[in-house]
Design a protein around this ligand. Structure first.
Ligand code: ADP
Length: 474
């Protein structure tokens, strides 16, 4: 269960995972159905077919679930026009603020999921329910309130910074009983915590990299849930995300100007020229850096702003695609006005352009203050755009820094910096620029990065094992 799923509806990495993990699980013998809300973009897929389950009144209006097969996925789509038929961002209203009824919208998703978990749908009942992020966190709380036998649940945390905290006055409206609203249950400092409920009541908790699983136990990263997670430490597992190797394949990617492979890298040059032209940059002797990111405090891009003069001094260029906080959008817009030939900025969300940047830039910068897994650096590896990452979470787990030892051992795939400060990033960017001048070492690193396994195989097997263990335990 999740609130987004690529390619149907995406605001971030969660969608990529929900769109690709089920296919990988299928290869290990797990049959998956994905429960999603029916946003406007999805409603044209369900058409007028008969629903598999109806709710006369699901938190304020009629609702139904349709079982459909699209993009090689079996979906269960929760149609509830009073909750999901809204244009624009799936979480935000036209004023840029959260929809005022997000608590109802996502409690309804959990409530419908709990119904399916208990009673099944169209002759099918799940053996396991895997929940993703706060939008689905209430499901185990609803199951805890039920007297029937229920399947085991797994709460997967993709980002603990988003917890779904709502006014406790909503408890009755959300059909939650007061027994679950305790410090060891759904209560978080007087509010209803959707993610907290998920962590407290699920049978197992996973997150999206081993290092983030450790970090979450500390107050610095646990964001108030570290105590609960320490109490559940034995049930907490970190499994690194994979990527969809078909969608993200430089040999076939339709969004590239030229396709290429690890044996024939020439196409990268044409993609690079296309990026340089599109962003209005000049050709230079230094590397072309990419950023593809939400522009938020988490992503640490304010640190990069401080490094721009040094980048320009190294004859490097930067192509940034992103959107988010106004001060960061304005900061990068200013930088591109100040250095128009060196810094190109596109504010917005553009899936095809994100592929082209990975297919033609020399390095991709991910300076996150915290990063549960991160996908951009995995796409960078797959496309030979060497990742420059902060040493945190999944970034630290997936990129091997080009220090002297790693270069000598032929295993470096990118660059890490720590602590996560502008100074450390600056020094690392200078280090990248220097290494870039050694064309032989750089070319070798590109090939090594492209061969680095970033698919789902290993991780899908790890999920499969958790599912099997839970089923045999229950
Ligand atoms: P998060 O989920 O925290 O945003 P991830 O690195 O896990 O970070 O995933 C981000 C995903 O969103 C990647 O697929 C990335 O390519 C994509 N993305 C982020 N910003 C943009 C953008 N402005 N345009 C296109 N794709 C973007």
């Amino acid at each position: 269960m999740a609130s987004e799923c690529a390619p149907l509806v995406k605001t971030g990495g969660l969608a990529d995972v929900i769109g690709s993990l089920p296919k990988a699980l299928a290869k290990t013998g797990v049959r998956v159905r994905v429960l999603l809300p029916e946003y406007p973009d999805i409603s044209n897929l369900t058409g007028s077919r008969e629903p598999a389950l109806r709710f006369e009144n699901l938190f304020g209006g009629p609702a139904a679930i349709h079982a459909i097969h699209v993009h090689d996925m079996n979906l269960l789509v929760l149609s509830a026009p009073h909750l999901y038929r809204r244009e624009g961002n799936i979480y935000l209203g036209p004023d840029g603020q959260d929809w005022p009824d997000n608590h109802t919208r996502f409690a309804a998703l959990s409530y419908a999921g709990a119904e399916i978990a208990q009673s099944g749908i169209a002759g099918w009942k799940p053996d396991i329910v895997n929940l993703h992020d706060w939008q689905t966190g209430l499901l185990p709380a609803y199951l805890a309130q039920s007297a029937t036998s229920v399947p085991p649940t797994i709460m997967t945390i993709h980002n603990i910074a988003y917890q779904g905290l709502f006014d406790s006055g909503q408890l009755a409206n959300l059909q939650l009983r007061s027994e679950i609203f305790t410090a060891s249950g759904a209560e978080f400092y007087g509010k209803i915590g959707f993610l907290k409920a998920g962590i407290a009541f699920a049978d197992t908790v996973t997150t999206v990299s081993p290092r983030y699983a450790k970090e979450l136990l500390n107050p610095e990263f646990g964001m108030g849930l570290d105590g609960l997670l320490r109490a559940r430490q034995d049930d907490l597992v970190g499994i690194v995300n994979g990527i969809d190797l078909d969608t993200w394949n430089p040999e076939t990617d339709p969004h590239l100007v030229a396709n290429y492979s690890v044996r024939a890298l020439k196409g990268r040059q044409l993609n690079k020229q296309a990026i340089i032209a599109r962003f209005g940059l000049r050709p230079g002797t230094g590397p072309l850096f990419a950023v593809v990111s939400r522009l938020t405090q988490q992503k640490g891009l304010d640190l990069l702003l401080d490094c721009i003069p040094a980048l320009v001094a190294q004859d490097a260029r930067l192509a940034l695609l992103g959107s988010g906080d106004a001060d960061l959008e304005n900061g990068f817009a200013r930088a591109s006005r100040r250095y128009p030939d060196s810094v190109g900025v596109m504010i917005g969300y553009d899936e095809p352009l994100s592929h082209l940047l990975q297919g033609g830039c020399d390095a991709v910068i991910v300076p996150s203050r915290f990063e549960p897994c991160g996908l951009t650096q995995l796409y960078g590896l797959r496309y030979g755009t060497l990742p420059v990452v902060a040493q945190t979470g999944g970034l630290a787990d997936t990129v091997i820094d080009a220090n002297e030892a790693a270069l000598a051992a032929n295993c470096a795939t990118g660059f890490q910096f720590a602590p996560v400060t502008a100074d450390a990033l600056n020094q690392t960017l200078v280090r990248v620029c220097k290494l870039y001048q050694n064309r032989q070492i750089w070319a070798r690193m590109i090939r090594r990065a492209m061969r680095h396994p970033v698919g789902w195989d290993q991780s899908a097997t790890a999920y499969h094992k958790i599912y099997s263990d839970l089923i045999s335990r229950s």
